[in-house]
Design a protein around this ligand. Sequence first.
Ligand code: NAD
Ligand code: TYD
Length: 346
Amino acid sequence: MNILITGGAGFIGSNHVRLLLSESGDRVVNLDLLTYAGNLENLAGLEDDPRYRFVRGDIGDRDLVRQILKDENIDAIVHFAAESHVDRSLEGPEVFVRTNILGTEILLEEARRAEVDRFVMVSTDEVYGSLGDHGMFTEKTPLAPNSPYAASKASADLMCRSFYKTFGFPVIITRCSNNYGPFQFPEKLIPLMIANALEEKQLPVYGDGMNVRDWLFVGDHCRAVDLVMRKGRPGDVYNIGGCNEMKNLELVQLLVDKLGKSRDLISFVTDRPGHDLRYAIDAEKIMTELGWAPTVDFSSGLDQTVSWYLENRQWWEKIRTGEYKSYYDKMYGRGGRLGSSGKGKP
Ligand code: NAD
Ligand code: TYD
């Protein structure tokens, strides 16, 4: 099979490219714009693989997309490319609309035109909005996105739905909970906390740290997406989650303890506006219908992740001293929206 991966130089996309090249006989074309989040170092060692081709470009570039689909005779698209960080979507939503909504729409149109057999839209549980203390998101939970990021992903999901309903185009949507693991850009909670702790910097916990996320190891997400691509039912939605809820503060404390650092580094900062309280995924459908189950438990997944960041210090140091530094200083520095509100209790 010839598979087009979009966003394959990002966190989950690069893990997915590696999975496909190591465990399937498929050919992989990776279309990625290399935004601040895209990094070819995530794919180091694959350059000479004859089954792999990288194309730098925008999913919103219709002519380029058309050319790739034709030249490479693409059978399936797995669409990861996106602006993916909630905090950035609060600062500048426009690029989220451009990439996540318009980019997806252009891919859909060109894929339909080229009669691609499968289109997997990699979406997120954030499209469902926020849960209170009880309950879980199922595939039937109404969409109620709260951040511009989540709204852009929900819009893309609806565009996918319309292509299935109107044209019978074989789109499948996956909605996954928070991922963690190697190659995650250090703006996201887990790698940010690991890197800050290793550098003895403050660990900025938003609000009171009682928000809950449902964590899944990235490799388990990739296996689920691959299964959906091969065996999923066109037009369907599949939730993917780790059944592994944790409060942010508890998670940060766990990381600090694993790293042997002081909990005094933890600092409560101004809460994220519209901060969703809790996410929890009911993954019953993909487990019973497709036989998927997470294979990495949270404790060993976190150990693997911490080891990876310890062993790949130059990977994240390079990012943190480059372009990303000005974002961090703007957001978390003195006068920034997330500037420290003091240590200890929120
Ligand atoms: P990421 O930010 O690490 O990577 C995104 C990639 O997309 C980067 O390589 C970037 O260069 C590329 N990209 C951005 N705009 C592009 C464009 N216009 N054209 C081509 N490439 C472009 O993101 P991630 O965490 O790997 O997430 C991947 C996908 O999974 C996203 O669609 C995200 O919404 C979804 N998702 C992520 C999580 C999570 O916890 N990270 C959870 C559920 C779903
Ligand atoms: P994040 O990794 O940005 O993922 P998402 O917002 O998509 O769930 O954040 C995970 C949780 O951690 C979320 O509740 C916000 C919180 N958080 C902090 O407390 N401090 C931080 O510096 C960051 C980046 C996130």
